[in-house]
Design a protein around this ligand. Structure first.
Ligand code: NAI
Ligand code: ISE
Length: 336
């Protein structure tokens, strides 16, 4: 069986996902494209999907009976409306993070999905599909290091564009940790605080960079995450879990060690597309398989909501400087 996919948003990650649907993954083909910038779609048709039809209106793409499932890879503020339209049309939808830009927006999606009685949404949180994070979770779940007490994490980008603002460090960047650390620890967040170290001279005038986010979980674990999006040297994701009887670290990406010119060295990646390339392949193949089997697995609309509630609290904590409680609604039985 081949799933016909429609893609809304053909920018950086949209293009990457179309490439993987066309050249790497099984049982899927991209048949429809939409973007407010039509030239982006045309370029993809020319280079990757010669048979795909270009739609001027995303809602027409969603409602086309030929389209079995939709990828939403447009800008964050557009996600909620497109996902709701997919749910209304009864179509499976893979939505890039964030599911919606506010917790209320995510809750609107949760409620609409529950009303249909069928899980249709998968959120593009790819880290739970990364082999390194999966290996780390297996060690924690085995009990080898005892109960997790503290986590020390870092999310570093070499640089960001001028449109990147202080709150985006949370809603665009930290959101990955907010998802994956809940999954890793099988826990939820209780409170958050954000502190600002000395600012790097590499950041634009409207961006406070770096930032340190301190999270406390419901079970009492303490997490610190450094977000540093102009670190210059590379794209670097770190996660160390300190347990009662040992420590477990996220493995580094494979890199050949060289001894040369009086130096011992390994390469550090610089691009998010490469750091998680296998995880993106696995998450999207899982979505295609889910569409075929009719049963959604992986990050759900509820996970999108949980990350958004914590993100809202972090953004409030950025301005207040206070410890802000994370108040989630009760988890509906539908997602258990
Ligand atoms: P981008 O700016 O490269 O591409 C976004 C595309 O959406 C643009 O081509 C734009 O014209 C289009 N667009 C905007 N509004 C639209 C609308 N109303 N209808 C149709 N098309 C519209 O951005 P990028 O980096 O591809 O990010 C897109 C989404 O993917 C964001 O939500 C971002 O957070 C997420 N993302 C996720 C990553 C991950 O690691 N999972 C990595 C990078 C981005
Ligand atoms: C980007 O949107 C991503 O999702 C990347 O994974 C993240 O590292 C980056 O900070 C975001 O801007």
């Amino acid at each position: 069986m081949t799933i016909n996919i429609g893609v809304i948003g053909t920018g950086a990650i949209g293009r990457e996902h179309i490439r993987r649907c066309s050249t790497v993954l099984q049982n899927a083909r991209v048949v429809a494209l939409n973007d407010i910038n039509r030239d982006n779609c045309q370029q993809i048709v020319n280079e990757l999907t010669p048979e795909a039809r270009i739609y001027d209106d995303a809602i027409d793409l969603i409602n086309d009976p030929q389209v079995n499932a939709v990828l939403v890879t447009s800008w964050g503020p557009t996600h909620e409306a497109f996902v709701l339209a997919c749910i209304e049309a009864g179509k499976a939808v893979f939505c890039e993070k964030p599911l919606a830009v506010t917790a209320q927006g995510c809750m609107n999606i949760v409620e609409a999905e529950i009303k249909t009685g069928r899980q249709l949404v998968q959120v593009g949180f790819m880290r739970p599909y990364d082999s390194g994070y999966r290996a780390l979770k297996a060690v924690i779940d085995s009990g080898e290091i005892g109960e997790p007490l503290m986590l020390h994490c870092a999310h570093r980008n070499p640089e960001v564009g001028d449109s990147y603002t202080t709150d985006m460090a949370i809603t665009d960047t930290l959101i990955h940790e907010l998802d994956v650390l809940r999954w890793l620890l099988n826990d939820d967040y209780a409170s958050v605080q954000v502190i600002f170290p000395r600012k790097t001279r590499k950041a634009s005038s409207h961006l406070r960079d770096p930032q340190i986010v301190l999270l406390e979980t419901a079970k009492g674990a303490r997490i610190d995450v450094e977000i540093f999006v102009n670190c210059e040297y590379g794209y670097d994701i770190q996660c160390e879990v300190v347990g009662e009887s040992g420590i477990a670290r996220l493995p580094e990406p494979v890199s050949v060690q060289t001894r040369s010119a009086a130096k011992l060295s390994t390469t550090i990646l610089t691009d998010w597309k490469k750091r998680f390339i296998d995880a993106y392949d696995v998450e999207l193949q899982a979505f295609i398989n889910n569409v075929i089997s009719g049963e959604m697995t992986g990050p759900s609309a509820w996970d999108g909501y949980a990350a958004a509630v914590a993100a809202d609290a972090c953004v409030a904590a950025q301005t207040s400087g206070e410890i802000v409680p994370v108040k989630m609604a009760d988890k509906p039985a539908f997602y258990r």
